[in-house]
Ligand binder design. Sequence first.
Ligand code: ACM
Length: 554
Amino acid sequence: MNDTEGTTTHHVIPLPRRADGTADGGAGCLLDEGTGIEAQPGTACVAQWLRATVGAATGLPLPPHDVSCTSRILLRIAPETGRELGPEGYRLVIGDGLVTLEGGGEAGLFWGAQTLRQLLGPDAFRRAPLAPDLRAWPLPALRIDDAPRFAWRGTMLDVARHFTPKDGVLRWIDLLAAHKLNVLHLHLTDDQGWRIEIARHPELTRTGSWRERTKLGHRASPLWDERPYGGHYTQDDIREIVAYAAQRHITVVPEIDIPGHSQAAIAAYPELGNTDVIDTTSLKVWDTWGVNPNVLAPTDNTLRFYEEVLEEVLELFPSPFVHIGGDECPKDQWKASATAQARIAELGLDGEDGLQSWFIRHFDRWLADRGRRLIGWDEILEGGLARGAAVASWRGYAGGVAAARAGHDVVMCPEQQVYLDHRQHPGPDEPVPLGFVRTLEDVYRFEPLPPQLTDSEAAHVLGTQANVWTEVMESQQRIDYQVFPRLAAFAEVAWSQLPAPKDRDYQEFTRRMTVHYRRLDALGVAYRPPTGPLPWQKRPGLLGRPIEGAPPNV
Ligand code: ACM
């Protein structure tokens, strides 16, 4: 709320568009055993979420409202709120005995429920009440009008390098929801593992989801974990993940990486590789990191194989977008391959680069024919794209700027800013210190929209995404450490209407973060403490690869 001095006194993250104490300065609302939920049409899912989540934390039953109730949470979809704030917008008014939560659509209502949980205090993020006899939960008198800045507020989770088991993905979805993030891009395939069951091609997981050993630390490290490593999602796991995310208004975007980052698939089906250049039957699922020369062969057999994979992927993921990777595809094998060269000649392509865009354009058309849209890393721009295709700009802003100017939609995820595997402090104690130093404040000052875009070009920027690559994150704790607290700053960048980077009030954000750390504690998130890593979070001896002299923010 804004008090008389105009300073914000609530602790909601991401920052709402507008928050005011109610005009009558009323006492707010006490949630207790007498509180019921009045769920108007279209709101049953949010009512159920409130009961399951806030109900579990508070120990309150939150039954359907009736005459015996002494206070009420009113949930409704309000077309006028939708007109004003959009389908993801919401209005929350807390007064004496009545909490009114209106969504522009169901998604807006759900994001409003997230705000409501934050206002109940950190213990509302637990799974059971700390004190069973604590039966009264005060909410401040408050009115919030809120809506997101960007429609695409994403994270990419790399489950290929290290596998996050299904329970961890469901937990991750809850963490995204708590931060009003709405896209989960799952990086399902890479050289080091294939993580999704494909019924038609069972070797993809039987062979391709296991590696014999794993490099410890950066690829220059001499250390190995000699234990076999693997895991994959069954198709039912995926159905459950997608449904769980949908209940939380989160879209799961699958990534099947082609034509590079494919050694696990080639290990499973050697005919997918460039068999006239190397003996692909000797390839195993890769056990180290970096850019891999063993890429897909540009044959009809490969195209058909991946169409069959994608047919199953489309059945599982209703997402309008399907990510086909397209990054970091070395061309050496195609240069040496008579088959690849014959294909270049037959199609009149512009050398090996033309072959790469031929691959991408094939699946661009194939997806468009099925009512879906291709998204890929910014390398895909190099050969020209169909109108509907979108670009994830990772090598900086330039790819996104070029794509937007060419009329393509863009998701901004520049590695210099929002690769959360990169270290968050320059000190020697960071575990496996990779990449650029990007502190919590740096992420808070990240601006997804490059200033050189005109308004009509900027309209192509669907939003932004933080990417979580897991080469050196082998467990939930390691992921938590790298991602949090920075994901809270990222969520505010993606959701809130913040001023230009240099004018952002970072001190005010850190004030709200003091409460947010307690929410993360209640959620069991092993974040990086503001004072630096705890003794068990340091990993002395594991080599990283810091990058100095990173370019400045736009
Ligand atoms: C990427 O980081 N190779 C997309």
